[in-house]
Design a protein around this ligand. Structure first.
Ligand code: PDD
Length: 280
């Protein structure tokens, strides 16, 4: 497997990352996951822009990642992933330095690692058609969820709780509001209006979410940015999680209770079709 590490393409086995890397010691870093369809990257520039946003706020010494688009493309090529679905993962950390919380005095080069993997499209199609079970969990994350940092402990625990309850995703609840999933944004249909949390420090500004907002404007699908309260869940018509890996996946059961008629809803299916059109 050919990966990218600090400026070079190499065999994965040849990568060596210092145990003093701040990514390892502090999770002091950022990541991105970009999808590709038949060798074509989906909205790569939006992912790079989000990475730059995070890097500016983390005060990394590097904030321009425009060359990552080309790197992603080479990784797909070198790993035989120009046909079918794939994802490209990027991680950037503050770099290697003797452990101390504040930034190192001699600014290290950020560590950059990237790899491409085949995406299990068959399973993806199945869950998009059938929908998934989801659970809700208390949001125990920090208050800067707009940055895609590698510090994912709360997300890991929440997703594991979902798996243990035979569900695929957990939706974080803060102050009675369903905000987003552990690796996806969250949307619901209420009174025939698509509702999703407004952009804030409490959610990640998802690229898929952004694309869906564009669809709604273009196709006159009623959309509202606002809270989806836990207390209103019983009257929700449709629910979905959206993201690079889940694309647009219906939630048909939340906390073991069916949503709507327990099947993927009309607006969800319409959005799925629009996204499909964008990819082909
Ligand atoms: N996760 N919210 C969170 C917390 C996420 O981790 C993600 C993506 C999203 C959706 O964003 P986008 O549409 O840009 O993928 C929302 C990636 C896929 C992951 O962690 O694997």
């Amino acid at each position: 497997k050919t990966v990218y590490f600090n400026g070079s393409f190499m065999d994965k086995e040849a990568v060596s990352i210092s145990p003093d890397d701040r990514g390892f010691l502090f999770a002091d870093g950022l990541y991105e996951v970009i999808r590709s369809y038949q060798g074509v990257l989906f909205r790569p520039k939006d992912h790079i822009a989000r990475l730059s946003h995070g890097a500016r706020h983390l005060k990394l010494s590097r904030t321009d990642f425009s060359e990552f688009v080309q790197i992603a493309q080479v990784l797909l090529e070198k790993n035989g992933l120009l046909s079918g679905d794939a994802t490209v993962y990027f991680q950037v950390t503050r770099g290697e330095a003797t452990r101390s919380h504040a930034f190192p005095l001699n600014t290290p080069e950020p560590t950059v690692y990237a790899f491409a993997s085949k995406f299990d499209a068959l399973n993806g199609e199945k869950i998009k058609a059938q929908g998934i079970n989801a659970i809700t969990v208390a949001d125990q994350r920090w208050a800067r969820c707009d940055m895609k940092t590698t510090a994912l402990t709360a997300n890991v625990l929440a997703n594991q709780a979902a798996v243990e309850q035979n569900a695929k995703e957990a939706i974080f609840i803060r102050d009675g509001v369903l905000l987003e999933g552990t690796h996806s944004n969250f949307m619901a249909v209420m009174d025939n209006v698509l509702v999703t949390a407004p952009l804030s420090n409490y959610i990640l500004g998802g690229i898929t979410r952004k694309v869906i907002v564009e669809f709604c404007e273009r196709e006159n699908i009623p959309l509202e940015f606002g809270p989806i309260f836990e207390k209103d869940v019983p009257s929700v018509q449709e629910m979905m999680v959206v993201g690079t890996t889940l694309e647009i996946t219906p939630i048909v059961k939340l906390n073991h209770s069916p949503i709507g008629d327990g099947r993927p809803g009309r607006i969800t299916k319409k959005l799925q079709a629009l996204l499909k059109g964008e990819i082909e």
